[in-house]
Design a protein around this ligand. Structure first.
Ligand SMILES: C[S@@+](CC[C@H](N)C(=O)[O-])C[C@H]1O[C@@H](n2cnc3c(N)ncnc32)[C@H](O)[C@@H]1O
Length: 233
């Protein structure tokens, strides 16, 4: 496996966003994670929260609106532009940068929380582990990480081809059709991806079966909360 593949960001995201795709409202899983885990003993403006793969700023909008210091890193320049305009329209601000979450441009022990809402699952297993090592570097000791990869029970997993670094490509059916490469994790793989730097607090597998379709497509994802115990070696 070449290192360039590990660093790679699927170019489909730039295509999707440059065609006008945007998400405006925060995900309920993100809202729940933040309210349950955010430090309460300090002023909100002194709490720093990072979203990796922040898309068009829907989750950052929620963070900024609630008064926390919001940061995002996102591979698509078009998505970052949309996100900045979206927040500005409501008089809100977040520090959003175009970049690859496998190399985070922040210092060690900087953030109180890090959110991954369906983003690290968009790259292969080695790239995902590299991104999580970076998350472990930039989180404070005791800071919490929301890791949200798709599960191998997802119907789309069986409907694609396995490519380099374990990604599923050319997905032909299920809710992940047309979103490019996705890595589907088993429970052990999700735990291993967190390495020694994290203590797992909670693992949920959330599944929805669409019974409208004769095929009964299953959407299946992991929602894992982990706290940082050590810096990566
Ligand atoms: C499914 S979208 C999720 C967007 C947002 N987190 C949300 O909840 O709406 C995945 C996002 O991750 C971004 N992404 C994928 N791989 C990336 C990488 N290696 N570095 C930075 N961003 C990446 C994509 O451009 C996309 O915006």
């Amino acid at each position: 496996m070449s290192n360039s593949h590990i660093e790679a960001l699927d170019p489909i995201w730039e295509t999707i966003y440059s065609q006008g795709h945007s998400v405006k409202y925060p995900y309920d899983s993100v809202v729940t994670f933040v309210f349950r885990n955010v430090p309460r003993e300090v002023a909100r403006s002194n709490v720093r929260i990072l979203e990796v793969g922040s898309g068009t700023g829907n989750n950052l909008w929620f963070l900024a609106r609630e008064g926390w210091s919001a940061y995002g890193i996102e591979g698509s320049a078009s998505a970052v532009e949309v996100a900045k305009t979206f927040l500005k329209q409501d008089g809100l601000h977040a520090e959003i940068e175009v970049g690859n979450f496998t190399a985070l441009p922040y210092s060690n022990n900087f953030f109180d929380l890090v959110i991954d809402r369906g983003s690290i699952t968009c790259c292969g297993f080695a790239a995902g582990r590299k991104a999580i090592t970076e998350v472990a570097r930039v989180l404070k000791i005791g800071g919490k990480f929301f890791f949200n990869p798709y599960s191998e029970n997802h119907s789309s997993f069986a409907a694609g081809d396995i490519g380099e670094d374990g990604v599923c490509e050319n997905i032909q059916s299920g809710s992940m059709t047309g979103v490019g490469q996705i890595c589907f994790y088993g429970k052990r793989q999700a735990i291993d991806a967190l390495g020694d730097e994290f203590k797992i607090e909670n693992i949920q597998k959330v599944e929805v079966t669409d019974v409208t379709e004769a095929a009964n497509f299953v959407h299946s994802e992991w929602r894992i909360i982990a706290s940082k115990v050590s810096l990566p070696k």
